[in-house]
Write a protein that binds this ligand. Structure first.
Ligand SMILES: Nc1nc2c(ncn2[C@@H]2O[C@H](COP(=O)(O)OP(=O)(O)OP(=O)(O)O)[C@@H](O)[C@H]2O)c(=O)[nH]1
Ligand SMILES: [Zn+2]
Length: 210
């Protein structure tokens, strides 16, 4: 390899992770929220409950914020030291919205990979989780989208993603089963094919004393 080509591979590489603008109409969302409340027998214009007057607007703004997908730069670096063990960022707190009821599901993600030629800035693993979480989701799809992006961006030897979350649609309503948590995982490459690598990844996702 020429020295110029060698220099190029040593540079940080930034790839923008984007999301199409959703085309929101917050005035319309507010009017619909007022109608939604009225349809449930709650009158936002009732003088006895003056704070309710702004609730349709608050509801529209709250969902606008909860579903605001953050874009970010996925920054990678050359793996100059040829680090070839697992990199795992654990206990990444996330919040998402279940697409069935539009109620929150909240939990932690453990995200790891086995590097090949590139390593990633660690914060980008947390940003990846947040990017895919802030939209109407299922936990299964969210888990796979995180793993897909790592595979695409890093071309690593393996990827492991584990999510554990409480779905308020089943703890606060419906089945009303408080204390339940749902665990999902997506293993790729070496971590899928080799039970020992998979077991090591899962061991590293458990809390350890620092
Ligand atoms: N697989 C999966 N299911 C989810 C997720 N979030 C919510 N659900 C489920 O989606 C299902 C929707 O079922 P429906 O029967 O259509 O809706 P429902 O009558 O409100 O169901 P209940 O929640 O059982 O009262 C429920 O069983 C939810 O628990 C998720 O991330 N993944
Ligand atoms: Zn739900």
């Amino acid at each position: 390899m020429s020295s110029a080509a060698h220099e190029v591979t040593r540079l940080a590489s930034r790839s923008r992770v984007t999301h199409p603008a959703p085309g929101r109409d917050l005035d319309n969302a507010e009017a619909a929220a007022a109608e939604f409340l009225r349809s449930l027998g709650i009158d936002p214009d009732d003088p006895a409950t003056p704070d309710l007057a702004d609730t349709p607007r608050r509801l529209a703004l709250a969902y606008d914020e909860l579903l605001d997908v953050p874009e970010f730069d996925f920054t990678t670096f050359a793996n100059t030291e040829a680090y070839d063990e697992l990199v795992v960022v654990g206990d990444i707190a996330f919040q998402s919205i279940c697409e069935h009821h539009l109620l929150p599901f909240v939990g932690v993600a453990h995200v790891g990979y086995l590097p090949a030629d590139r390593i990633v800035g660690l914060s980008k693993l947390a940003r990846t989780v947040d990017h895919f979480a802030r939209r109407p989701q299922t936990q299964e799809r969210l888990t796979m989208q995180i793993a897909d992006l790592l595979e695409e961006q890093l071309r690593p030897r393996g990827v492991g993603v584990v999510l554990r979350a409480e779905h308020t649609c089943m703890t606060l309503r419906g089945a009303r089963s408080p204390g339940t948590a749902t665990t999902t995982s997506s293993m790729r490459g070496h971590l899928r094919e080799h039970p020992a690598a998979r077991a090591e990844f899962l061991a590293l996702t458990r809390p350890i004393a620092l």
